[in-house]
Design a protein. Structure first.
Lengths: 198, 198
DNA sequence: TTGACAAGCTACCGATCGTTCGGTAACCTA
DNA sequence: TAGGTTACCGAACGATCGGTAGCTTGTCAA
């Protein structure tokens, strides 16, 4: 249990990455420790030097995914003043993160129910901050009378859903040009949210 | 293996329903036959009177979900002439079906990779028809110059994604008034798709 | 040169997995 | 009332599950 997450312990993070990919593909319950061991080229026993149990592994994966999300999505976006531009960048960075980095584990939030209640609360709490970032941008747009007449909570859900959905497509049928996918998703979302230009 | 699916063998369908709910909640791999048996109040052995294996159970669930989708969503919507109204009704019926009926298993399409390739193809083929229904409506809207300048395939994905997303929310934090949720989702989607009224 | 330690390994544990077996009570039909 | 079918049960199967104990390395500081 490391307290200082300053530099990157490469092997451990590689295990997280690989485990996350497997779990996105086959689910938490459908991914065995043996599967993970085989995928990283180790034995089961060897893996247990990097984490203390399967449940804790999921917890670590979720946490480091949120860490990375904070670093490459939330933090850069937060400094943008205009709420519309902030939202556009938020979507762009989130999708890019899921494609280029292994940030795709965001999909795994659907698996957070396999954690113990205390761990679930921590994860949900951290996620709510990301949620709040979107909701805040929507509120600012509403104040500036640039937002359509819509339910902010439901709209927030739809935005979150669109981003995680794009990650899910990647793992099945969709193989389009990433930049095109990003631009279309941003345009689609903005059209849904903003009042039409006068 | 029944060939005539005319009337409803109640108990078998109850097992499908229950199994689907468990799998939505815990994933295919995370749901054991024992779990299902306990949930329906039977022994594991007794269950095997109703299906021949876990994989085939998933296949049957997916198929009967699509059957029901055809019946209560696709077929009623298909008869609506105006593409916009058709799309609105499509979204409404789909969400209603997921809430009131156990049609929520749509979420399980993310688990179709646990099937054998031949079964996967059948399911994907049937799903493509639902997909095509949306895409067709978008194309008609484009012909009538009522659609924004957008990528029809990606937009179709986003619509599908919004509908299945609503089903996913139901199973975690969201407990809003269904009619409100439906109206907001339709409004959000239409704003994203249609050119603003002149 | 030594020794501490991280990072692996082989070998194994009890529990649970999906699945099959033989049997049985209740019902339908002739 | 005999024969067959439907719907289930208890018990067990081999395989795999998550996890552990103890041994062997490679690396590097003292």
């Amino acid at each position: 249990m490391k307290l200082i997450a300053g530099e990157a312990p490469t092997r451990t993070e590689e295990i997280y990455r690989t485990a996350a990919e497997l779990m996105v593909e086959k689910g938490y319950g459908g991914t065995s420790i043996s599967d993970i061991a085989q995928a990283v080229g180790m034995t089961k026993a060897g893996l247990y030097h990097h984490f203390s149990g399967k449940q804790e592994l999921l917890f670590q994966i979720l946490n480091s995914a949120i860490d990375e999300g904070d670093r490459v999505v939330s933090k850069p976006a937060r400094s943008i003043e205009d709420p519309e531009q902030r939202l556009r960048q938020l979507i762009r960075l989130q999708i890019q993160g899921q494609i280029s980095l292994g940030l795709a584990f965001i999909v795994l939030f659907s698996e957070r129910n396999h954690l113990e209640p205390a761990q679930q609360k921590k994860i949900s709490g951290r996620m709510r901050k990301f949620h709040a970032l979107i909701k805040q941008a929507l509120r600012e747009l509403a104040e500036q009378d640039r937002l359509r007449n819509l339910d902010v909570d439901i709209a927030t859900m739809h935005i979150m859903n669109a981003m995680t959905g794009v990650a899910r497509w990647k793992h099945q049928n969709f193989a389009s040009d990433p930049e095109h996918l990003i631009q279309e998703t941003i345009a689609y979302t903005m059209a849904a949210l903003l009042k039409p230009a006068s």
